[in-house]
Design a protein. Sequence first.
Length: 274
Amino acid sequence: MPAADVYGIRSIIEAIAAHLPDDVTLVLYGDVRDSASTEKLIRDLSWLRPRGRLRYLALTNARDHFSTRDAMPVPAWDAEGRLVVTDARHWPGFEPDQPIATLLGARLVSHAWRFEGGNFLANHLGACLIVDSRDTRQLTDALFSDDYGCRSVTRLAKQGGVGHIDERARFVAAGTVLTDTDTYADAFTAQGFTVVRLPKAGGRYESYVNALVVNGTAFVPQFGRAEDEAALQVYETAGLEAVPVAARTLADKVHSAIHYLTMNYPPIGIRSRP
């Protein structure tokens, strides 16, 4: 996730770092900086993570880029069980795909189409969800199958926000989907999924769906709304430990929340020198 200290991001970093399982490595990214300032950043946050579980990744043109989920390559497993990361074309100037692939020791697969990772969700059985848009209509189901490991692709109409699936739906188990949208709930039920309803928050870009789930812990955005506590309870009822994370400024300024700000990868060793 970005290391920037704006829009409440530093408090979000601290909330996530303090509640991650001990065997999870948190990688912060930002501009290329001198070694002294990098060491100070890690030292200031090291009390939140076990030794060796906090890293800084210097990325070219990372300044003011917070779209971690959109820009980072999407993970999948190939037929031999090896990690593969898939790169779609993103905004010019911030293409961190090769450094991420190198960090993870993964093969990088690229295609020429524009596609943002916030508009992609999948369970471990290969059921994939996207919101239909001008960009996604150019991507065939075959491309999702070949490059993203999808066995099925469900395309849904835009329902508010910026138009990404991670604002409106998320898997919490292979057969269970959380959503705050009536039409999505109907579509998921028709496909045989168990649907759990989340409340909607008040702001245009506020979404309790836009949470980060890591190994049984859900980092749930909070907006200072009456629905905040109910959203936490939904995640708890789904069998997750719900950690509240203040995200109203992030939603107002960057138009998203915790899932957007982060990217998670499968349990795999990372290289000491990316």
